[in-house]
Design a binder for this molecule. Sequence first.
Ligand code: SAM
Length: 372
Amino acid sequence: MTSHTEPTGNASKPILVFPGGMPRSLEYLQKCRSEGRAVIGASSLEYDVSREQYPDWAFLPYVTQPGFDEALKQAILKFDIGGIFSPNAVVWDHLNRVLKDVAPGVHLMNDSPVNAELSGYRAARNHASALLNRPLSISADKAIRPPMSEIELAALFRHAELIPGMCDHEKICALCEIARYSATGDIVEIGSWWGKSAFILARLARCYGIGKLLCVDPWTNEGIVSKDANAMVDRAFSQVDAGEALIVFEMNLLPYNSNHVNYLRMLSTDGAKYYREHRRAATPSFGTTDYCGHIAILHIDGNHSYDSAKADIEAWGEFVVDGGWIVFDDYVWPFGDGPQRVSDEFLESNRSRVATAFVMGSALFIQLSTGD
Ligand SMILES: C[S@@+](CC[C@H](N)C(=O)[O-])C[C@H]1O[C@@H](n2cnc3c(N)ncnc32)[C@H](O)[C@@H]1O
């Protein structure tokens, strides 16, 4: 099988998309439209509902029928086709074999659909084996828990990849590792947005039996304003809908909830008061979740202004148990130094309590000493 690296085809000629109605075909149609490339849809159905979406259309026999190659040749000549996109594995394989004879110079625009669908899974498996082969040596202390299995870790990487958000690969690896060194207790995340890091924490909570996950986020457009140094972050986020972000969060987390995930739709400071008084979160989507009231892992990823990050650690820091972790997101942040100033001040004033601290990805990871 030949492998393809998205050729441009003859850029001035139209691309034939066949079968035109598959989801990947329609995604490709949008891509061509945004790039201003001409597209012809094609199908073997007498009436294909996707037909209306294409500016031009061709009927082709099924690839299994004897007249297919000749009909394809005629369509290529008629529309002066420069390349073909096919997300159907059987059609793609057939075209990959015959195109050089049927229409020399016309190329497939996409890699093998099987490879394309599997590439994310293969990458996740590679990430899992790399992390298991080279675990972080976090401190002199031994990890409390053995690593999760390679297939569990691969699943975590794969599913994390499918959730949009702001949690880089290095940070995911570090989260996976610190979970093995963590005390038990609640996991609290300040700032969850669409739920990418929350998903990772939910899986780690479950796989390592650490405790339950509580996400605290107001999911309001005012809350996302970070007062970054040159207002670029705020401008970019002024377009987004925070209410929709909560729905996306719920869609991302619900499938992974085993009665151990919930949220407080509040500012972190109000959330801390609520947590102290009730140790409970009740929402229509996740039901009621009771928490133990002390924190094993505190992930601070809310508003990145100095004042907000300072208020976050002041409101929540006291709940973190000995041997627990505090993760300051965006310690290294090109848009401002709020998280870094707050974490450096925390390190300075808690020297005697800090067992280990390191930066990985853009986050700072701090473990409090066990007190032994
Ligand atoms: C950078 S996003 C979080 C990204 C997320 N952790 C991820 O993995 O993609 C920041 C989030 O902090 C929330 N936020 C802003 N101010 C907050 C506050 N005072 N308390 C809690 N969350 C806050 C915002 O609503 C937003 O959802």
